[in-house]
Design a protein around this ligand. Structure first.
Ligand SMILES: [Zn+2]
Length: 82
């Protein structure tokens, strides 16, 4: 294998251990809930979810889970840990 490619792979493995280097500007995802799939989006610090609970509360367990998973990679409120 090309030695420069080997160095890139090593660097990628090192980067992968430092998620704090990554800041999401936006993302979209399908979240497989217990009862249904939900469409989640994140843009400029704002989360949205297609689930019924979100429409009345502006947050939900799906978004809370994403905040925990992406902690440090998105701006906005800290994950709810209580
Ligand atoms: Zn939700």
């Amino acid at each position: 294998m090309d030695s420069s490619l080997v160095r890139k792979i090593e660097k990628a493995k090192d980067y992968a251990l430092q998620p704090e280097r990554i800041k999401f500007a936006q993302c979209k995802a399908t979240f497989k809930g217990n009862n249904d799939d939900h469409e989640i989006s994140y843009e400029a610090g704002t989360w949205r979810c297609s689930c019924h609970y979100f429409s009345g509360h502006n947050t939900c367990s799906h978004i809370m889970a994403m905040q925990i998973i992406l902690e440090g990679m998105v701006t906005g409120e800290r994950p709810v840990t209580a």
